[in-house]
Design a protein around this ligand. Structure first.
Ligand SMILES: Nc1nc2c(c(=O)[nH]1)N[C@H]1C(S)=C(S)[C@@H](COP(=O)(O)OP(=O)(O)OC[C@H]3O[C@@H](n4cnc5c(=O)[nH]c(N)nc54)[C@H](O)[C@@H]3O)O[C@H]1N2
Ligand SMILES: Nc1nc2c(c(=O)[nH]1)N[C@H]1C(S)=C(S)[C@@H](COP(=O)(O)OP(=O)(O)OC[C@H]3O[C@@H](n4cnc5c(=O)[nH]c(N)nc54)[C@H](O)[C@@H]3O)O[C@H]1N2
Ligand code: SF4
Ligand SMILES: [Mo]
Length: 696
């Protein structure tokens, strides 16, 4: 590798901030500002700035590990790969292909996610593959698909935000989860626009809002319906737009009219005057946006909730028009691309449906297999993890740490332990990798090339900047070697560009069409937005990509967006006398996800050393807990203990815990795996708990 500056992108969240990497002679890597990338214009959060710390051999896996007499010991690559091939083929022979499970991640590059989906279906022949994106944006994806016929997180670039008139940010704490993006909202306000934040907590993001609504967790559906009710009652519906560009208004309107503002106030705790003010702010300007994130989506009714917010946009003519629209703020580095190329239980590359015969034929043709040999749709992430040790006997896991991040985690940890065989590819010894029979150490972002697709639908090239340490291989090499050992010698290239070339063909003609995108283009341009079909061969023209969707028509058969008639329903586990308090969960700025990577960075640990329970002084007083005192939070699934963090910035009926840690402060010991019927998203954002003082 040349010892020069490489422009590339951050390994963590969906902004995929641009950064320059320069290797130093002592083996470390320096991160410097890269001002040319429009998403962050040089700005980085602490995680991005410190990301090279995880490249250090001090914290990462340096050799394959195999379990021997109960403990993990170093082994050669051949021994480790042989063991995995043996484990998987024994399961397949004894229990059939569907007894082999595969679990992926939205942090994997497009090339890896694509290859993992192909590996499951072609090499293992299993339907049992899903990934952690199911825990992330699946409700928004399902809602967007129903209404618009297509799911792309944001249908416009972030740079459109300052040009709209009002943004409603529903359950996003982007000041902590995507700090450089705050700039767009500040610019919106400088331009005279307004920001409404909806969050049960007065977050760092809410502090920037012109209006902060703090509903009871799990009631966003009612809130959106109450706003739609007021839109209709106050004659603010855009009748011309509704009749020209939508279908299904009458039913959605009738459902909203049943949600009187006073009824909504009782459900949500948001007062009628606040609701009216929100409607006024949203409807007054010519253009407006609604952006949702995990707050309203990680609910057992997340899909309907997203539908209700989309209905509000459609009724007011605020979708598919310049500087207006509904968008979802996708979370993981490749949360968008990771869901498009086939690691999801029901999908094939190009965002094709696995149960669509034409899609099966197209992809089978690219893969050189019989379409009938492709398995059908499998289980969703939680259901897959829940079936470990019963229907599913062996698991190959790449890019997730479910022991920390899955709901009802103690149960999932037991399920993982009951497997006949577990193989994990990771860069560090995560809590899940520590339970494996074989662990493979793999290369990461700066050490390999690959593409990701950020929250705007912008496909980006993450370039290799340094040489990986000896003894480490890439996920693509692992899949190549395993395919070979399992009898499939061809079709699993180790060169990412070769994989991308195949992905282009596999996605061609699909909803997420990447066929007009090449590595060369990505190296020259600041990303290309999908859909980007191949160049028109007659004209020799290059397709420019599609930064803005739906301006002429929606992606449905008749080009109209669909209203979805939805009604309020309670959360799956309402508080009662035994469990009187609501728990919600989320993130802090200095830790990322299960913490597998960021808990290994000193600077980040100093900023966020451990879990905590955020609670209102009224609850703390009733409990007799002072700031920093250990508090036990108990749900029907278990008990977690963490220090109290007392703040007026949270509803008195709600406590909040971040989910980045393992051990006694693990938030997911408590969470409820109640699933959304459509998206199969678990209800991470609301369950019933009681608090107990802990005697120290
Ligand atoms: N620092 C950091 N940044 C990250 C990540 C990380 O782990 N750490 N992860 C990345 C990923 S994968 C994702 S998905 C994104 C997530 O990004 P966000 O969605 O911004 O993150 P969360 O903290 O999960 O949830 C956002 C807010 O929802 C609120 N909330 C809780 N319950 C409800 C509710 O019922 N209704 C409403 N309206 N709000 C509610 C919480 O109080 C919280 O402030 O962040 C990405 N960026
Ligand atoms: N209570 C609660 N739980 C939640 C959430 C919540 O809000 N509340 N949010 C949910 C959401 S939105 C998400 S996205 C999930 C995320 O939770 P996880 O799926 O656990 O995500 P990570 O911690 O990012 O795990 C990624 C793992 O892959 C490894 N890794 C990184 N890069 C690579 C690579 O290139 N190859 C391989 N093989 N491994 C790699 C990392 O070291 C890490 O161990 O958590 C969910 N869980
Ligand atoms: S905001 Fe996200 S992409 Fe940007 S530096 Fe931070 S973690 Fe990386
Ligand atoms: Mo996520």
């Amino acid at each position: 590798m040349p010892n020069s500056v490489t422009p590339t992108h951050c390994p963590y969240c969906a902004l995929q901030c641009g950064m320059n990497l320069t290797p130093a002679p002592d083996g470390t890597v320096e991160v410097t500002e890269r001002a040319d990338f429009p998403v962050n214009r040089g700005a980085l959060c602490g995680k991005g700035r410190t990301a090279p710390a995880v490249l250090s051999s001090r914290v990462r896996l340096t050799s394959p590990l195999v379990r021997s007499e109960g403990t993990l010991v170093p082994a050669s690559w051949d021994e480790a790969l042989d063991r995995i091939a043996e484990g998987l083929s024994r399961t397949r022979t004894e229990h059939g292909p569907d007894a082999c499970g595969v679990f992926g991640g939205g942090g994997l590059t497009n090339e890896k996610a694509y290859t993992l989906g192909k590996f499951a279906r072609v090499v293992l022949g299993t339907s049992q593959i899903d990934y952690n994106g199911r825990f992330c944006m699946s409700s928004a994806a399902a809602g967007g698909m129903k209404a618009f016929g297509l799911d792309r997180g944001l249908p416009f670039p972030l740079e459109d935000i300052p040009k709209t008139g009002c943004v409603i940010l529903v359950g996003s704490n982007l000041a902590e989860t995507m700090p450089p993006s705050l700039r767009f909202f500040n610019e919106l306000k400088e331009n005279g626009g307004t920001l409404i934040v909806i969050d049960p907590r007065r977050t760092k993001t809410a502090e920037h809002a012109d209006l902060h609504l703090a509903p009871r967790p799990g009631t966003d559906l009612a809130l959106a319906l109450g706003m739609l009710h007021l839109v209709v009652a106050e004659g603010l519906t855009d009748e011309a737009y509704v009749s020209e560009r939508t279908a299904g208004w009458e039913d959605a309107r009738a459902a909203a009219m049943a949600h009187w503002p006073e009824y909504v106030e009782r459900i949500t705790g948001v007062s009628v005057p606040e609701l009216r003010e929100a409607v006024r702010m949203f409807c007054e300007p010519e253009a407006a946006m609604v952006l949702t994130a995990r707050g309203p989506e990680q609910q057992s009714k997340g899909t309907d909730t997203v539908g209700a917010w989309i209905n509000l946009c459609l009724a007011t003519g605020r979708a598919g028009r310049p500087f207006s629209g509904y968008g979802c703020l996708t979370g993981q580095g490749n949360g968008q691309g990771g869901r498009e190329h086939g690691q999801k239980a029901d999908q094939l590359p190009g965002y094709r449906k696995l149960d669509d015969p034409a899609a099966r034929r197209h992809v089978a043709d690219v893969w050189g297999v019989d379409p009938d040999s492709l398995p059908g749709p499998g289980r969703s992430a939680y259901e897959l993890l829940d079936a470990l040790g019963t229907d599913i006997k062996s698991l190959l896991l790449m890019g997730s740490n479910p022991v920390v991040s899955a709901p009802h985690a103690a149960h999932i940890e037991e399920r993982i332990k009951s497997l006949d065989f577990l193989a994990v590819c990771d860069v560090v010894l995560s809590e899940t990798a520590a339970l494996a029979d074989v662990v493979l150490p793999v290369t990461q972002w700066a050490e390999e090339t690959g593409t990701t697709t950020n929250l705007e639908g912008r496909v980006l090239l993450r370039k290799q900047a340094i040489t990986p340490p000896d003894g480490i291989r890439s996920d693509l090499e692992v899949m190549h070697e395993l395919a070979d050992r399992l009898g499939v010698e061809k079709g699993f290239p180790t060169d990412p560009e070769e994989v991308f070339e195949e992905l282009r063909r596999a996605s061609a003609g699909g909803p997420a069409d990447y066929s007009g995108i090449t590595y060369r283009r990505l190296a020259e341009e600041n990303g290309v937005f999908w859909p980007c079909p191949s160049a028109d061969s007659d004209a020799g023209a290059v397709h420019p990509g599609t930064p803005r969707l739906f301006l002429d028509r929606f992606a449905t058969a008749d080009g109209r967006a669909r209203f979805v008639p939805v009604s309020h329903r309670p959360i799956a586990e309402e508080p009662d006398d035994d469990y009187p308090v609501l728990l919600t969960t989320g993130r802090v700025v200095a830790q990322y996800q299960s913490g597998a990577q960021t808990r290994r960075v000193d600077e980040l640990n100093a900023a966020a050393p451990g879990p905590f329970v955020e609670l209102h002084p009224r609850l703390a007083e009733r409990l007799g807990a002072a700031e920093g005192d250990p508090v036990a939070v108990v749900s029907r699934r278990g008990r977690a203990v963490a220090p109290a963090r007392i703040t007026l910035g949270i509803r008195p009926d709600t406590v909040f815990m971040p989910f980045h840690w393992h051990g006694e402060g693990r938030a997911n010991t408590l969470t409820n795996p109640a699933l959304d019927p459509t998206s199969r998203m678990p209800e991470f954002k609301a369950c019933a708990v009681r608090l107990e003082a802990v005697k120290s």
